[in-house]
Design a protein around this ligand. Structure first.
Ligand SMILES: C[S@@+](CC[C@H](N)C(=O)[O-])C[C@H]1O[C@@H](n2cnc3c(N)ncnc32)[C@H](O)[C@@H]1O
Length: 213
């Protein structure tokens, strides 16, 4: 049943191809001019999932250009529904594995990266796959402007502690490091889908911001 559901969603993704950025490599270094056709801060979310966070941010901040990156077609089709519901013309959706992020963003092109409730990859042998591993941080450093920011939220304490270490080891400047944040209560916070579920259960959220030096 689950496999058939997934196949159906993949079929739907193929039918919807035109709704997603088809050759993101063509925009490398030129997202604002070529895709959005305007100059604005460029914020990206890696692991957008079903897109609630990105669509809400895009509607709250029409002055910013947003790109959402999600690797699974059957998930990103839901993000497209959210984008349409919010009428978010300042949002682009890319079905892409962020492992290859240097193929789609140029040097110092991005102002801010959001990492929300990234997969924890708890086994040590998979540590490089965590979106806050040293491997990924080295790539983010290239695409972020000097002073560019990463905003990271997670429910997973182990991933949070791992991330604190990798950011510190790679000399990022840390800000707003917050443990055991309940009800996601900080000013301006927009909840993601995962976050809303955890908040409903009264579970803690961990948060930090890291700045490229
Ligand atoms: C746990 S979900 C969180 C979704 C959403 N950010 C939220 O908070 O509701 C993590 C998402 O990241 C995506 N993801 C994980 N690794 C990725 C990668 N390397 N590139 C793109 N997306 C990735 C997964 O497919 C999944 O949809």
């Amino acid at each position: 049943m689950r496999i058939r559901g997934k196949q159906k969603k993949r079929q739907r993704f193929r039918e919807m191809q035109g709704e997603f950025v088809q050759k993101p490599q063509e925009y490398k270094g030129h997202w604002n001019e070529k895709y959005f056709k305007r100059s604005a801060p460029l914020h990206i979310e890696i692991g957008t999932g079903r897109g609630q966070f990105l669509a809400t941010m895009a509607s709250l901040h029409p002055e910013i250009n947003y790109v959402g990156i999600e690797k699974f077609p059957e998930v990103i089709i839901r993000a497209h529904e959210k984008k349409v519901a919010q009428n978010a013309s300042n949002e682009a959706l890319v079905c892409f594995d962020a492992t290859n992020i240097l193929e789609i963003f140029g040097e110092s092109e991005v102002d801010r990266i959001y990492l929300n409730f990234s997969d924890p990859w708890p086994k040590k042998k998979h540590a490089d796959q965590r979106l806050t591993s040293r491997v990924f941080l080295a790539k983010y450093r290239q695409i972020l402007k000097p002073g560019g920011e990463i905003h990271f939220k997670t429910d997973n304490r182990q991933l949070f502690e791992f991330s604190l270490n990798t950011f510190a080891e790679m000399d990022w400047k840390l800000r707003n490091v917050t443990l055991d944040l309940h009800n996601s209560g900080f000013e301006g916070n927009v909840m993601t889908e995962y976050e809303a579920k955890f908040a409903e259960q009264g579970l803690p959220i961990y948060r930090l911001e890291a700045l490229r030096r």
